[in-house]
Write a protein that binds this ligand. Structure first.
Ligand code: MF3
Ligand code: CO
Ligand code: CO
Length: 276
């Protein structure tokens, strides 16, 4: 794998990894914070009786109100501003008219384009009280993402990220989805490299300062296998076990990592409010 100065690279997938400078970091910070604020805004909106397409509408309006564009809109024929993945849906759930009900867990994934830069992040939301095993799944999934991010620095490899996630998750007797991975991003939504959420230390691609990518592990309570429904998008667990996901967009810095999409209010994971 070779690397290229993002400034001189053509604005498409080229098989080379783009390395970005300070102005690009500033652009990603702004796009990332917009997405994080949008995900914060949704916290009070995820309630029993609310349809996922209503949540999608809120994100659409939020984007347009902030001079941003949802990247998923018209992406490969996708027609929504978000992916809303409920319970055993692993990812790419299409917002629809079915209302959320108490006990559901839902991942909301938002990608906004601001001044040409892509901020891509997702969080889990809970609908009323949820079962204890769902709480555990959400906790393990968030911790898995953060452990993956924590090993990122120049000289580390993509395999180090996957290994950190896989070792932790499997020790909790849960499983890591193989069929979907993180991705480079920046002026493109999905760029090189792929960030696989399993792996072995030292394997894969060597990280360099200026790389931008997502870490977005999907974790299942049961087996890792998924299938895509006939709508061509919705991925579900084959064994219908619960699945969860969190996603941050990050940049590799000179000596570590910068997360572009942290919640400005510290609301990065449930529970978002003190329980009564
Ligand atoms: N936001 C998703 C990701 O994390 C991609 C969704 S593509 C869509 O990469 F078309 F399904 F919306
Ligand atoms: Co992503
Ligand atoms: Co995403």
């Amino acid at each position: 794998m070779t690397y290229v100065d993002a400034k001189t690279a053509p604005p498409r997938k080229t098989g080379q990894i783009k390395l970005h400078g300070p102005e690009a970091f500033a652009g990603m910070r702004r796009a990332g914070q917009l997405v994080a604020n949008c995900l914060d805004m949704l916290i009070g909106e995820v309630r029993p009786g609310v349809a996922t397409e209503e949540i999608d509408r809120l994100v659409m309006d939020y984007a347009f109100d902030h001079d941003a564009l949802p990247a998923t809109l018209m992406y490969r024929g996708y027609k929504k501003a978000t992916c809303t993945s409920v319970n055993h849906v692993v990812c790419h759930g299409i917002p629809g008219e079915k209302p959320l009900k108490e006990g559901d867990i839902v991942n909301i994934d938002v990608t906004l384009i601001l001044d040409g830069w892509h901020g891509d992040s997702s969080r889990m939301y809970t609908v009323g009280p949820i079962p204890r095993r769902a709480e555990r799944l959400i906790d393990v999934t968030y911790e898995a993402m953060m452990r993956g991010i924590a090993v990122i620095k120049p000289g580390a490899t993509t395999g180090d990220i996957g290994a950190a996630i896989q070792t932790y998750v499997e020790a909790q007797h849960m499983s890591v989805v193989r069929d979907f991975c993180g991705h480079g991003l920046g002026r493109l939504f999905h760029d090189e490299p792929n960030i696989v959420h399993v792996g072995r230390p030292g394997e894969g691609i060597v990280l360099r300062p200026g790389m931008f990518f997502t870490v977005e592990p999907m974790i299942n309570l049961g087996r890792p296998h998924v299938k895509v429904l006939s709508d061509g998008w919705t991925a579900v667990t084959r064994d219908r076990s619960l699945s969860a996901q969190f996603e941050h967009s990050i940049g590799v810095t000179q000596n570590g990592v910068e997360i572009f999409t942290p919640s400005p209010k510290g609301l990065d994971k449930p529970p978002y409010a003190a329980r009564g």
